[in-house]
Design a protein around this ligand. Structure first.
Ligand SMILES: Cc1cc2nc3c(=O)[nH]c(=O)nc-3n(C[C@H](O)[C@H](O)[C@H](O)COP(=O)(O)OP(=O)(O)OC[C@H]3O[C@@H](n4cnc5c(N)ncnc54)[C@H](O)[C@@H]3O)c2cc1C
Length: 446
């Protein structure tokens, strides 16, 4: 029988961060990943001749833990990210706006974006956003629970934001980022995500991956873990937790126990519930975790014979199903002439739809905003995440569990666990660091 000090279930950013922090402290760690590639929601792989990814991702310039993690494993963020300083918002074939997002790195483009684009949002519309952002950031600090009872749309209306500003700026920042429609997106999550940006506004820019995420980010982390004596096994599903005398003492894989002093469940929320439910569903300390609902995500990826846009740039089309998208043939997937990655808005509506139905809506909406897809798509994939996210709708944030549990031998990690960056790469990294600190303290007898 194999024995380890720590088993980490899941090789997403949370699991690999946790494992990395523990192997650096000289613990013997085994990471188990049920899929054949590492990375979870930040993964990329080849599928019948097409390189696909879990969904297009952006590293936000104000993240701190993720770049430090990368540097600690020998990866320079500037080598794996292409920095974008503008975003596009598309209304129809004729109307398109470009906004600067990097007030310090590209101040002129930032100011030009604010002053121009008046055919999309007039000056009064832009001004109407000011009290919304100031009040929202303040409320997220002083009355977070009240704010978490409101949707972004309700809050924007309370603050008198013009309807054009709601549609063309607030919607992209809600549905375009976390898929949920603005009327179901928690105002607390919206401003909470923005809060860490305020003291670090000077870092603002967004990083597009220069290569598949498994290849350029996750594999180097896994290799660093292995260089420090850890093991990362793919294609191995932890079927159950091994619970003996009220203590988690490892996992069961294909009927065989693998034992460890400490086990970290670093899966997404849906998978965590499945692992924990047989043992802890009636334990009061897990009640909020089981009450926290999941929400889906759906992405569409198209390989084409030409680029769909003149730049590889994060783009939003808030009145279409293409809530956010990016051409990637000059950045992430440089081996093909055209490569579009799309995040589908309102995924709860689409998660059960057939791939054909989703693609046909994408093609119809793409033509309204002038994306030249017709006749140019070589291959397509619909990649769905049915229950990977915790719900970011109002009323649920207080249910997110901490990483520490009251079960001996069991710690949680994952973007749904409590940390200030919600369901982001930065949040996953922070959760992994916190889980590692808890486990390390237990070994130290703390
Ligand atoms: C389409 C999309 C776009 C996104 N865009 C952004 C973005 O632009 N910026 C940003 O910061 N974040 C973004 N995110 C969010 C970000 O990807 C996640 O917050 C983060 O990657 C979550 O990491 P995690 O380790 O918590 O979970 P996951 O990455 O989900 O990792 C969990 C792992 O556990 C494995 N697992 C589950 N059950 C078992 C089991 N029983 N045994 C073994 N292994 C198991 C899974 O296979 C998975 O690999 C996006 C996510 C998606 C899906």
């Amino acid at each position: 029988m194999r024995r380890y000090e720590v088993i980490v279930i899941g090789s997403g950013l949370a699991g690999l961060t946790c494992a990395w922090e523990l192997v650096r402290r000289r613990h013997r760690v085994l990471v188990l990943e049920r899929e054949s590639v590492i990375g979870g929601r930040t993964s990329s792989w080849e599928e019948n001749g097409m390189l696909v990814e879990s969904g297009f991702h952006r590293m936000i310039g104000y993240y701190r833990a993720l770049p430090r993690l990368l540097e600690s494993v020998g990866v320079s963020p500037n080598d794996i990210f292409y920095w974008e300083r503008e975003i596009d918002i598309l209304k129809d074939r004729q109307t398109q706006a470009t906004f600067g997002i990097a007030p310090v790195y590209a101040p002129l483009r930032f100011l030009r974006g604010l002053a121009a684009n008046n055919d999309l949002i007039g000056p009064m519309g832009k001004l109407s956003l000011l009290p919304f952002f100031i009040r929202g950031l303040y409320d997220s600090l002083v009355r977070p629970h009240e704010l978490d009872r409101l949707s972004v749309l309700d809050y924007a209306r309370q603050c008198g934001v013009s309807s054009e500003a709601v549609t063309w700026l607030v919607k992209p920042l809600t549905t375009g980022i976390f898929f949920l429609p603005i009327e179901r997106f928690s105002a607390y999550v919206f401003f909470g995500l923005m809060r860490p940006a305020v003291p670090r506004f000077y870092r603002m820019q967004i990083g597009a991956f220069l290569g598949g995420m498994t290849e350029v980010m996750m594999r180097p982390i896994a290799e660093a873990i292995e260089r420090h004596g850890g093991e990362v096994q793919t294609g191995v599903c932890a079927d159950q937790l091994l619970v003996e005398h009220g203590r988690v003492s490892g996992v069961i894989v294909r009927g065989e126990p693998i034992r460890a002093k400490e086990t970290v469940v670093a899966t997404s929320l849906g998978a965590a519930k499945r692992l924990l439910a047989p043992h802890f569903s009636s334990r009061p300390s897990f009640a909020s975790l089981f009450a926290l609902p999941t929400m889906p995500a759906v992405t569409v990826q198209l390989e084409m014979d030409q680029p769909s846009r003149p730049h590889d740039r994060t783009t939003f089309a808030p009145e279409t199903v293409l809530s956010s998208f990016a051409e990637q043939s000059r950045t992430t997937f440089r081996h093909v002439p055209g490569r579009l990655s799309i995040i589908i808005g309102d995924p709860e509506r689409w998660i059960k739809a057939s791939g054909e139905a989703i693609l046909s809506q994408v093609y119809a909406d793409a033509s309204t905003i002038g994306l030249p897809l017709s006749g140019h798509v070589r291959q397509s994939r619909v990649i769905s995440h049915p229950e990977d996210f915790h719900s970011l709708a109002p009323g649920y944030d207080h249910l997110r569990p901490g990483q520490q549990t009251d079960v001996p031998g069991l710690t949680l990690a994952g973007d749904y666990t409590r940390q200030p960056y919600f369901a982001t790469m930065e949040g996953a990294v922070l959760s992994g660091q916190r889980a590692a600190a808890i486990v390390a303290r237990r070994f130290d007898g703390g």
